[in-house]
Write a protein that binds this ligand. Structure first.
Ligand SMILES: Nc1nc2c(c(=O)[nH]1)N(C=O)[C@@H](CNc1ccc(C(=O)N[C@@H](CCC(=O)O)C(=O)O)cc1)CN2
Ligand SMILES: Nc1ncnc2c1ncn2[C@@H]1O[C@H](COP(=O)(O)OP(=O)(O)OP(=O)(O)O)[C@@H](O)[C@H]1O
Length: 205
């Protein structure tokens, strides 16, 4: 007969299984992303978002400074700045804390953050975004998202329940099912170089 915990595993075991599934999914997602064709992708993504899923007029938009093989969202951020949106970028805090957003305009100086990120200087003015462009390693059609494992965006979105959320990625970063737990904040929409997908009515705006 099966041991009781094999029917209803204790949460510690669930957590370990989920973490392990995420490690595998991250490796797969990074390998796929590294093969994506970057040429023109950031411009295509910007055009889709501006036409099909723009932030509400006047929204304060959180972007991020792309690194490594991430899709280039700078064309989108520049276009949103030109439309009059105030922009901000995250500073990465200590583990366990939400992201610390600071005002940003193109031309402002950025400094080095952890793991290859670039972020506003410590004295840049604090900023509370109401529409966030969210980096990710993998997404699925239910709006689940996998990040680098810091939990930073999950904690940040938990503290901004009314904010619009637009995940951004290459189309090849879609997975059938992204491993996900109770802390994982779902996305309102995802934009790729191929177009925009919505997951929950109204939540991308
Ligand atoms: N371009 C971009 N910027 C971004 C993110 C992103 O996904 N993409 N982030 C998405 O969340 C945040 C940074 N995410 C991070 C995720 C993990 C670790 C991390 O593992 N840090 C190690 C220390 C490594 C080091 O200092 O070199 C650690 O905490 O042990 C750091 C930042 C904010 N900025
Ligand atoms: N709102 C939250 N409150 C408490 N712990 C959280 C919260 N969100 C995430 N965590 C914890 O943070 C750790 C990392 O989470 P996870 O692996 O989901 O990160 P991720 O989504 O890949 O990273 P990120 O959100 O930075 O892109 C996990 O142990 C998770 O349980």
């Amino acid at each position: 007969m099966a041991a009781p915990h094999s029917v209803s595993p204790p949460s510690g075991e669930d957590d370990a299984l989920l973490r392990a599934a995420k490690v595998v999914a991250r490796e797969e997602a990074m390998a796929r992303r590294a093969r994506a064709d970057a040429a023109g992708a950031g411009q295509a993504l910007a055009a889709h978002v501006l036409r099909d899923a723009p932030p509400p007029s006047g929204a304060v938009v959180a972007g991020f400074w792309p690194m490594g093989h991430e899709i280039d969202i700078r064309p989108l951020m520049r276009a949103l700045e030109a439309r009059g949106h105030r922009l901000c970028l995250p500073r990465t805090p200590k583990r366990g804390l939400p992201l610390d957003f600071r005002a940003f305009a193109f031309g402002d100086e950025l400094v080095k953050g952890p793991v290859g990120t670039r972020q506003p200087a410590e004295d840049a003015p604090p900023c509370v975004p109401d529409w966030l462009i969210v980096p990710l390693l993998a997404f699925d059609r239910a709006g689940r998202r996998l990040g680098y494992g810091g939990g930073y965006y999950d904690r940040t979105l938990a503290g901004l329940p009314g904010a619009g959320t637009l995940g951004v990625a290459y189309a090849c970063q879609e997975m059938d099912v992204v491993p996900s737990g109770p802390h994982d904040a779902p996305l309102g929409a995802v934009a790729t170089e191929a177009g925009v997908m919505w997951f929950r009515k109204g939540s991308s705006g």
